[in-house]
Design a protein around this ligand. Structure first.
Ligand code: 5RP
Length: 221
C-alpha cells in the first residue's frame, strides 16, 4: 500500500453507514473512493470535483448534488499546503468556491495530506486563487495594488484559447503574495474586495488533517 492509500484507509475509518460524505479532488481522494466502494458502506456522496464525481459514479457510489443536501456529516479534501494551525491553501484545481461551500456545510472538514505539504506556517509559494466576477477583473487588480504582491496572473485555459471560466461563470486570478503570518486577516481582506467571489485560503473551516509519512499516519487538530 502506498502512502496515499494508507492516508485514505485511515480516512475510511471515519465514515459510517448512512452518512452524507463530502469528497474533494485529487489523488488521495481517488484512493478513498476505492476504499469506500470496497467497504460496501452505503453513503451519499457530495463533491465539488467533476473528476471525483465521474469516479464515484464509475464505481457505483450514490452521488447527490450540493444543493440537494442541507448538511454534510463529514467532508474530506486535499490541499496544496497546510500549516500547524490548520490554515490551508488550495486550488491548483480552481474549484475552491465549491470546495468551500462543501467545507462550510460539513460538520467536519478533514484534509488528507502527505507530510511534504505540512509546514509550520503557510509560505505562499503557492498562489492564493481569487474567483473573480468577469466584469470585475480590472477593479480587483486595482484593489490589489495596495498589497505586497510578487505578481498575479489571470489563469488561462489549457483546452482552448482564452481564460478559465469556472462552473459559476467567473474567472480565476492567481496571486503570488509576499509571505505573511496573519492568514485569517488576509483571507477576510481578500474575500472583501469588490468583485471577489471566494478565495482559496482556508483559515477557519478545517477541523483536522490526517497526515501521512513513511513513519506513520497521524492527526493534526
Ligand atoms: C488542489 C487541491 C487538491 O485537492 C490537492 O492538490 C490534491 O492533492 P493530492 O493529489 O496529493 O491528494 O486542493 O488545490
Amino acid at each position: 500500500m502506498d502512502l496515499k492509500q494508507k492516508i485514505a484507509k485511515r480516512a475510511l475509518d471515519e465514515i459510517q453507514e448512512g452518512m452524507v460524505v463530502g469528497l474533494g479532488g485529487g489523488s488521495t481522494i481517488k484512493q478513498l473512493v476505492h476504499f469506500l466502494k470496497d467497504s460496501g458502506c452505503s453513503v451519499k456522496v457530495v463533491t465539488p470535483s467533476w473528476e471525483t464525481k465521474q469516479h464515484c459514479k464509475g464505481v457505483g457510489l450514490d452521488v447527490v448534488s450540493i444543493e440537494d443536501v442541507s448538511s454534510i456529516d463529514i467532508a474530506f479534501d486535499g490541499c496544496d499546503q497546510v500549516d500547524e494551525n490548520l490554515c490551508a491553501l488550495k486550488s491548483g484545481g480552481g474549484i475552491h468556491t465549491a470546495e468551500k461551500i462543501v467545507a462550510r456545510l460539513a460538520d467536519e472538514y478533514v484534509l488528507l495530506v502527505d507530510e511534504s505539504k505540512l509546514v509550520p506556517t503557510l509560505t505562499y509559494e503557492h498562489s492564493i486563487v481569487l474567483e473573480v466576477l468577469p466584469q470585475a477583473m480590472e477593479v480587483v487588480l486595482r484593489q490589489l495594488e495596495r498589497y505586497p504582491i510578487n505578481y498575479s496572473e489571470i489563469r488561462e485555459s489549457e483546452k482552448k484559447d482564452g481564460v478559465v471560466v469556472t462552473e459559476f461563470g467567473n474567472h480565476l486570478l492567481d496571486v503570488y503574495i509576499k509571505p505573511r503570518t496573519d492568514h485569517a486577516i488576509l483571507e477576510n481582506e481578500l474575500k472583501a474586495l469588490t468583485g471577489v467571489v471566494e478565495v482559496s485560503l482556508f483559515t477557519s473551516v478545517i477541523t483536522k488533517a490526517i497526515v501521512g509519512s513513511e513513519r506513520g499516519i497521524w492527526e493534526l487538530t
